[in-house]
Design a protein around this ligand. Structure first.
Ligand code: ASN
Length: 350
């Protein structure tokens, strides 16, 4: 990660799985291979002026590309290691990923690859590369163009003509090509006509990139169920929460509470939360609303969460908050440092 940026280097395209590379099978769409040839022949159908604007690229496929619904924290870790190892040889990286958990991977990569000095762009498609009216080609083209943009120094998601901060993106539509959004942060860039436009003042380079400081801890212990995600519902019972939080294997949990940071004022429920934080478990809360933030303690109905030691997740997406808990719990740091870092913006996630 020390080699200086050079536009002379090619872009590394990593296919890890997802619909973009899928082909029909008797059981429905399944992961296909041979992405190098398939991408080159698809890009060759673009008008020559657009082809001329694409950088040279090298395609690599993971040993066993997957449907991203099967991804785990181990896959996030493996991908970050691959990128960290190969990055010095490339101007930037494009990850071709399934859309279902694309935002989770992008958020996790952002924490692992802190201080990036070049672009890592995650993209995918709602339809396979060869399908009629597929969005795949346009997404690859967009990602390749941004992957050689030296002012872009972070993990981003390129999708449907838009470039999002990776740790702020989420999939909001299950069918439309325009499937991704970044509810609490503006676009980092977008396609306007035939041009790709970057808004550099919104990027990490301008805010807090600093020196490369990759953090590549072992996620394996957490991947075995170490962090739970629990959305509250009206009428949730203390015993139900306890079933999750009293298990020794659970080291942290993301709670999805109401509105601006509210939960039932039920002493037994709050008691379960306080017991868990008292045992050193890392518990954080975000809102079930996808836009806006939580400010725990603003309402009386949220005071109990504050008193139980629940960390405020501010305006983080579930993907950003969850992967941050995994990342912090995987590191050999003390509880107070974990809590401090959770409340600090590490890569523009809050
Ligand atoms: N199931 C696919 C995946 O996430 C969905 C897609 O890529 N559009 O791998």
């Amino acid at each position: 990660m020390t080699a200086p940026f050079s536009v002379d280097r090619p872009v590394l395209v990593l296919y890890v799985g997802g619909t973009m590379g899928m082909v029909a099978s008797p059981r429905g769409l399944a992961v296909g291979g041979n992405m190098n040839a398939r991408l080159h022949s698809a890009l060759a159908t673009l008008p020559p002026t657009r082809q001329a604007r694409l950088p040279a690229f090298v395609v690599k496929e993971t040993e066993k590309p997957i449907d991203s619904s099967a991804a785990t924290a181990i896959d996030w870790q493996r991908l970050a290691h691959t990128i960290a190892k190969d990055l010095p040889d490339y101007a930037g990286v494009v990850v071709l990923h399934g859309t279902d958990t694309l935002a989770w991977t992008a958020a996790s990569l952002a924490y692992q690859l802190q201080g990036l000095d070049r672009p890592v762009i995650v993209t995918g498609a709602m339809l396979p590369l060869e399908a009629p009216d597929s969005d795949a080609l346009a997404n690859v083209e967009l990602a390749l163009r941004f992957a050689t943009e030296p002012r872009l120094q972070e993990v981003a998601v390129a999708f449907a003509d838009k470039l999002f901060r990776g740790v702020c993106a989420c999939k909001l539509h299950s069918e439309a090509a325009d499937a991704f959004a970044s509810p609490n942060y503006p676009l980092l860039g977008e396609r306007v006509g035939n041009d790709t436009v970057l808004y550099p003042t919104r990027g990490l380079e301008a805010q807090q990139r600093g020196a490369p400081r990759f953090e590549l801890p072992d996620y394996a212990p957490l991947a075995a169920g170490g962090v739970a995600r629990i959305a509250l519902w009206p009428g949730i019972q203390a015993w139900q929460l306890a079933a999750w939080l009293e298990d020794n294997r659970v080291q942290g949990a993301l709670l999805e509470v109401w509105g601006g940071g509210n939960a039932p004022e039920d002493p037994s429920l709050l008691g379960v939360l306080a017991k868990a934080t008292g045992e050193g478990k890392l518990l954080a809360a975000i809102s079930q609303c996808s836009q806006g933030s939580v400010a725990i303690g603003q309402y009386a109905a949220g005071q109990g969460l504050a008193e139980a030691g629940i960390l405020s997740g501010d305006g983080m997406t579930p993907e950003a908050a969850y992967t941050k808990l995994v990342h912090l719990l995987a590191q050999p740091i003390g509880e107070s440092e974990r809590r401090r870092r959770f409340l600090t913006s590490l890569v523009g996630e809050r």
